[in-house]
Design a protein around this ligand. Structure first.
Ligand SMILES: [Zn+2]
Length: 90
């Protein structure tokens, strides 16, 4: 049997794919790094879409699907951890 319970969506604008997984929640496949949640995708990419045309093409504009933004969803918070951990910059 093929995997039929999973639906894979692709957001052409954000260049990501989302596995819709009924059991474990949706899983966003970023082009780099680990998979994440829809709220992470929103915090990093989708919230920056400007025009209505862009928003209409984005598959992650539904707040009821993506949920609220969680700590660590943004790049900034991850960068902060890296700075504290490594001190490799400059
Ligand atoms: Zn998107």
């Amino acid at each position: 049997m093929t995997v039929s319970s999973n639906m894979q969506l692709r957001c052409e604008l954000c260049q990501i794919e989302i596995n819709e997984n009924a059991d474990r929640g949706d899983e966003v496949l970023f082009s780099r790094g680990a998979t994440g949640s829809r709220s992470k995708l929103w915090a990093r990419v989708c919230q920056y879409l400007k025009t209505d045309e862009q928003k209409a093409s984005c598959i992650n504009q539904d707040v009821s699907k993506r949920g609220t933004e969680m700590p660590g969803d943004r790049y900034e918070e991850i960068a902060l951890v890296e700075v504290e951990g490594t001190q490799a910059e400059s």
